[in-house]
Design a protein around this ligand. Structure first.
Ligand SMILES: [Zn+2]
Ligand SMILES: [Zn+2]
Length: 209
């Protein structure tokens, strides 16, 4: 149960405290974000802190649910975002062709160049000789480290020339290929304008931090 004695001033103080100190890892919200002055806050933690300001005693997290917290704020006219709805809105189409505005033919050419057995084998063999493993160039994923022996020798080749006039006319060289894990490969192809290896790596680094 959420006590009824919370006032706006207590909620404001709670938000100010979160602005200052952030929320502890175990108090970050999973599904909901409370929107206050354009910023996002974990609704449950706001209520706990507000209760602390109202009574001098924080409300334990387990004494009310996330849904109660969400309803509490919505009932008072606040905006609460459900991240699951947000994610659903953004669910990407699975066909990678759509990342090639130039059309299906260019997409097929790109995939063909990446899959060209001889060139990609050469790139992989070179990498193995140099580093002793086949790690994703974006996220360092290693199929052997994750899957053991069935991951042996597995990595995907991505043609770094997303769409260009050169694609298809110039012969693909091993150096045109980046070696990436399947997830990163999909992400490289999901972006409308085609992310570069460096751009995707920057996303991964930023997200990990
Ligand atoms: Zn990867
Ligand atoms: Zn690719």
């Amino acid at each position: 149960m959420i006590p009824s004695g919370l006032k706006k001033v207590h909620l404001k103080k709670a938000a100010a405290e979160i602005d200052l100190n952030g929320a502890p890892k175990d108090r970050e919200s999973v599904h909901y974000d409370l929107v206050l002055r354009g910023k996002l806050y974990p609704p449950k933690y706001v209520i706990s802190l507000a209760q602390g300001y109202a009574t001098g005693e924080d409300l334990p997290a387990r004494s009310f649910s996330a849904v109660e917290a969400k309803n509490y704020f919505i009932g008072r006219g606040y905006t609460v975002i459900d991240r699951r709805h947000d994610a659903l809105q953004k669910v990407a189409p699975e066909d990678e062709e759509s990342s090639f505005p130039e059309g299906a033919a260019i997409y097929r050419l790109h995939r063909h160049l990446e899959r060209d057995g001889a060139i990609s084998r050469k790139a992989k063999a070179k990498r193995l000789a140099e580093t002793g493993k086949l790690e994703c160039e974006v996220c360092q994923f290693d199929f052997v480290a994750r899957y053991g022996s069935i991951g042996n020798g597995f990595i995907e080749a991505h043609h770094k020339t997303h769409v260009s006039k050169n694609l298809g006319t110039a012969k693909t060289k091993a150096s045109d290929l980046a070696l990436v894990c399947s997830n990163c490969h999909r992400m490289l192809h999901t972006s409308k304008n085609g992310l570069s290896i460096e751009e995707l790596r920057a996303h991964v680094t930023k997200t990990r931090a």
